[in-house]
Write a protein that binds this ligand. Structure first.
Ligand code: UT7
Length: 339
């Protein structure tokens, strides 16, 4: 049987045009630029205007990724998101239809900040199994629609955005190859990151406490460093990469201190750590593909580079992946057009 691998052949991104700086937030919250920047590395974030949805951002990013790959379509559309356009139905089929792909299978995947790495695993597995030849994997979020604007503990952290990759079947050794993936979860600690209302356990969204995102930041911090280190180390060892052979370390963009701490524990030099946090903040399921697209556009990723991805988020969930960077040109979509 032919040894088939999933290969990244295109990448695209879309950030909404409106930007909120730390100084802007300090006018409405008991916070300062210095606190936010020194604790997180975040200086500003992009946010959608009312009426612009996750699906709008995801459609624009998906179109950009298809353009980057030089393709008109694909066999499967996957959307990693925690902020879908509606509870029912999933957002991915609408994105597919807006991309002219009505008819192809499309579904949402909910793994919060680990969503992109979970999606990469699903896409690579389906291509490897021969189920589909090409997958459009989108990470898109609008956390500005779920954070409590009055909670300085979370409102300063998150931003909106979307990015996407195209994966196609290829032969082992092709630049862009996804070499290895590992995932994990621990639902015993689901309460550390949650939106309490709106689900079957508590369907009503009639007060702020039930409709808003909440997080125990300090507890999540400790668990994120431990799980990302363990998971990323395991993946690097599985593919036989020594720390000094890793060209780019792209961790979930939640906090620059977390990225530095994980890299230090792995033995990866600080200049190999990709951090877009200053510009976009934490964009949850969109953060890793956004960081990849940004790093590639800055010339920080070259064809053949060894890239180690790792993520941690609500669920709790985590996951890591090793891939070789392809010679793709990222396409940046200007801004979403509302659907
Ligand atoms: O994306 C999913 C994964 N998420 C993460 O990985 C996030 C992980 N957590 C973190 O990144 C950090 O825990 C935070 C950035 C959320 C918080 O940083 P911290 O250093 O852990 O601060 P803290 O929560 O322990 O708060 C320290 C102090 C508190 O005041 P007291 O109790 O010491 O008087 C907070 O009330 O800072 C206060 N504080 C703030 N002060 C100014 C919390 N938020 C703010 C704020 N501005 N925005």
């Amino acid at each position: 049987m032919l040894d088939v691998r999933a290969v990244v052949t295109g990448i695209g991104s879309c950030l909404p045009p409106d930007v909120v700086s730390n100084d802007d937030l300090s006018l409405v919250l008991d916070t300062t630029h210095d606190w936010i920047f020194s604790r997180t590395g975040i200086a500003r974030r992009h946010v959608v205007r009312p009426g612009t949805s996750t699906g709008d951002l995801g459609t624009a990013a998906g179109a950009a990724a298809l353009e980057s790959a030089g393709r008109r379509g694909c066999d499967l559309v996957l959307l990693a998101t925690t902020t879908p356009d509606q509870r029912c139905p999933a957002t991915a089929p609408q994105i597919a239809a807006r991309l002219g792909l009505a008819g192809v299978p499309a579904f949402d995947l909910a793994a919060v900040c680990s969503g992109f790495v979970y999606g990469l695993t699903v896409a690579a597995s389906m291509i490897g199994a021969g189920t589909y030849d090409s997958v459009l994997l989108i990470g898109a979020e609008t956390y500005s629609t779920i954070v409590d604007p009055a909670d300085r503990g979370t409102a300063v952290l998150f931003g909106d955005g979307a990015a996407a990759v195209v994966l196609e079947r290829g032969l082992p050794g092709t630049p862009g190859e996804v070499l290895h993936v590992e995932l994990g979860s621990d639902g015993d600690h689901a309460g550390l990151i949650s939106v309490p209302g709106g689900g079957s356990r508590a369907p009503h969204l009639d007060d702020d406490a039930s409709r808003h995102f909440r997080m125990d930041g300090r507890e999540v911090y400790v668990r994120a460093v431990a799980a990302m280190t363990r998971s990323a180390r395991s993946v690097a060892e599985a593919v036989g990469w020594r720390p000094e052979e890793i060209d780019a370390f792209v961790g979930h963009q939640a906090n620059a201190r977390i990225l530095r701490a994980v890299a230090r524990r792995l033995g990866v030099a600080e200049e190999r750590v990709v951090s877009q946090l200053a510009e976009v903040g934490n964009t949850a399921g969109a953060s890793i593909p956004l960081a990849l697209a940004w790093a590639a556009s800055q010339g920080r990723l070259a064809k053949g580079d060894r890239v180690l991805l790792t993520a941690f988020g609500g669920g709790l969930t985590w996951g890591s992946a090793a891939m070789v960077w392809p010679g793709v040109h990222p396409v940046r979509a200007e801004g979403p057009s509302p659907g």
